[in-house]
Design a protein around this ligand. Structure first.
Ligand SMILES: [Zn+2]
Length: 213
């Protein structure tokens, strides 16, 4: 099999999604791009997480041509291809309909930066407009609205996260859902205190020097 390491990373990221309550049944997609070849490993469409193995994942090229795997690729493949073409810095994409972030999606509202952990995400999580699945509409809407953020909520749909690695995009997907959950409950109690852009930048500098192994 091709791209065994990347295949394993995509697989491990995929199985984190149900564990962290970000997906149910078939929903959600993870893909990763190999920096050396530009080839992409992506989840098959309509496939149960509990039956998934690394061998079920597909390898496709930048145009979406299937190079390895017998199953059909994710219905969201066009969006991933669109983003990889336009963002050479991105090598991992996670898409889910995680429930708390999707509350903001159905309200058509960004997720406010109410926790210092948003430093990892780039601040307020922007909201992208409604776009149908399957073509380039979601990708072009993401490019128009994402700015410097590593995540975006798409109206009436769900969340996309982007990172230099598949695992980082997965961590960000979990962080976004945590943030959305806290913001949602806080808003039920009143008006949460939102961090200023200066405070977000300050925490980004702190995380850059102190955080992680
Ligand atoms: Zn979706």
């Amino acid at each position: 099999m091709m791209l065994n390491e990347l295949r394993q990373e995509v697989y491990e990221s995929l199985i984190e999604l149900p564990k962290n309550h970000l997906v149910t049944m078939h929903s959600g997609t993870v893909s990763g791009r190999d920096p050396a070849t530009g080839l992409i490993v992506i989840k098959p469409t309509g496939f149960r997480y509990d039956r998934l193995t690394p061998a079920d994942l597909l390898v496709i090229d930048a145009e979406g041509k299937r190079l390895e795997g017998n199953l059909r690729p994710s219905s969201d493949t066009e969006t991933h291809l669109y983003m990889y073409k336009r963002r050479p810095d991105i090598h991992g994409i996670v898409h889910t309909h995680s429930p708390f972030a999707s509350i903001f999606a159905v309200l058509g509202k960004p997720i406010p930066p109410v926790m210092t952990s948003v430093a990892l995400l780039g601040g307020e999580i922007p909201i992208g407009g409604y776009a149908p699945v399957g073509g380039e509409d979601i990708g072009s809407e993401i490019m128009a609205k994402i700015g410097n953020c590593s995540a975006i909520v798409m109206q009436n749909h769900g969340v996309y996260t982007f990172a230099p690695t598949v695992w980082k995009a997965t961590v960000i997907a979990v962080e976004v859902e945590d943030l959305a959950k806290i913001a949602h409950y806080a808003m039920l109690h009143g008006n949460p205190i939102v961090l200023t852009p200066e405070q977000v930048t300050e925490f980004q500098n702190i995380y850059a020097t102190l955080y992680g192994q």
